[in-house]
Design a protein around this ligand. Sequence first.
Ligand SMILES: O=C[C@H](O)[C@H](O)[C@H](O)COP(=O)(O)O
Length: 234
Amino acid sequence: MKTEGGSEEAKRRAGERAARAVEDGTVVGLGTGSTTAYAIRAIGRAVDEGLEVRGVPTSFQSRQLALEVGIPVTELDAVEGIDLAIDGADQIANGDGAGRGTLVKGGGGAHAREKLVGATADRFVVVADPSKFADQLEHPVPLEVLPDAHTVVADDVRELSGEPTLRDAAAKDGPVVTDNGNLVLDCDFGPISDPEELAADLALIPGVVEHGLFVGLVDAVYVGTDDDVEVREY
Ligand SMILES: O=C[C@H](O)[C@H](O)[C@H](O)COP(=O)(O)O
């Protein structure tokens, strides 16, 4: 479930700036989405100029793009670690209190692999435009769920005062099916006062493969605007 984003110029600046942080001889996590795509293309150009990297894609989309631009791709279980992961976000908490730097991800349904790769990385950098920030998270939280679990998970979400919606596919009848063969429930909890507590509650629901709240994972956010990039360390 995607919300309206910022300008392409802002996304491009954020993505290309993050790509400059990729060092020679490293393994880089390749996130998913329109902002990260600018980073992947920039890494591809650097590879053309001699940069040696291996990319661990987080989705079919990022793998396809990496292959298209010439980044050698590998898998998480074929590397000893990830030096840097670059990824986008659907919403970022910028308040000073609990939950600062917490993300909602999964607008493209890729958050399970994105969390795995981001959590594995020595440094996890998010690329975004200013429209992604909020004082308090309120973006619906995507849950990747086992296909036959969607009704019971939806009931559990309602018990947590959330409103679940099975994500429909745009160019196919029926629901979105993730790269892992699962379904997605977009769960509206309204303003989320305690993201850490909600993340813990969601993680305990049987049938939930992964939820889209990223708590305590991000190291920095590169915020692109139409004429600059601000780096916010967390
Ligand atoms: O599943 C998709 C991801 O979490 C994306 O990183 C997120 O939706 C942000 O994408 P975009 O940069 O296109 O706004």
